[in-house]
Design a protein around this ligand. Structure first.
Ligand SMILES: Cc1cc2nc3c(=O)[nH]c(=O)nc-3n(C[C@H](O)[C@H](O)[C@H](O)COP(=O)(O)O)c2cc1C
Length: 212
């Protein structure tokens, strides 16, 4: 059975939006402190089902995932083993560890959107996990070659990001430097710095607050 979704989304540091966004998107956040509450198999299936229904160029679905729960201790430890030390410090306690893997070639053809589509599938997974009261923290800090070898990932595929998934834990369980990063204010570039009209670099008229 799937875990009961929370009445309200898990509390996260404030997300200072400049325009309204869906509460699930505002609640998505990458914590380091995870609780030891297990994620049950049906819940995990939902999370990966969301990835399954992501759009992709030509419906190529060029993504794969490796994942293990703490119950699968050996596999969980093997995934923790490819993380760099700084990430392993906090991520090894997450109830689920995983790896997103993008297909970069299909027979002799380069899949130009393989990485893009895998990122989209991952974003869907993040949204579903957040809707179910969980959080996901992705990590570029892992040994790509070690992962490729350890998990027998074929050469046409490339590991993209490791991730930790689970319910939020208490920041007090973190070492001091990680705890202060956990509590740090969330920041983003302004829309006018990345939404353009006419030519690259020219802010779109609607992209500034107070434009209407
Ligand atoms: C591809 C990717 C790689 C990342 N790598 C790491 C990492 O190695 N270690 C880490 O602590 N956070 C990592 N992050 C998390 C980002 O730092 C985080 O998403 C960003 O600071 C924005 O914070 P938020 O996700 O809480 O909004 C990564 C995120 C992504 C998408």
């Amino acid at each position: 059975m799937q875990d009961t979704p929370p009445d309200s989304l898990d509390s996260t540091p404030p997300t200072p939006v400049d325009a309204d966004i869906h509460e699930i998107l505002a609640a998505r956040w990458s914590p380091r402190a995870f609780s030891d509450r297990a994620v049950n198999p049906a819940t995990l299936r939902s999370v990966f089902e969301a990835a399954r229904w992501a759009p992709s160029s030509g419906n190529t679905q060029p993504w794969s995932f490796l994942a293990a729960t703490r119950g699968e201790a050996r596999e969980h430890a093997r995934l923790a083993g490819v993380l760099n030390e700084r990430n392993r410090l906090w991520a090894q306690d997450a109830p689920v560890l995983g790896l997103s893997i993008a297909r970069l070639r299909d027979e002799d053809r380069a899949l130009r959107h393989g990485v893009y589509d895998t990122g989209q599938a991952m974003a869907m997974l993040l949204v579903q996990a957040t809707a179910l009261g969980m959080h996901v923290h992705q990590m570029a800090g892992f040994d790509v070659e070690a992962a490729q070898a350890a998990f027998e990932i074929p050469g046409d595929w490339e590991p993209m990001a490791a991730f930790a998934l689970g319910y939020r834990g208490d920041p007090a369980q973190l070492a001091e430097d990680l705890r202060s990063r956990e509590m740090a204010p969330r920041t983003r570039r302004r829309q006018r710095d990345f939404v353009f009209t006419g030519r690259f670099g020219q802010p779109a008229g609607f992209a500034s607050a107070g434009a209407d």
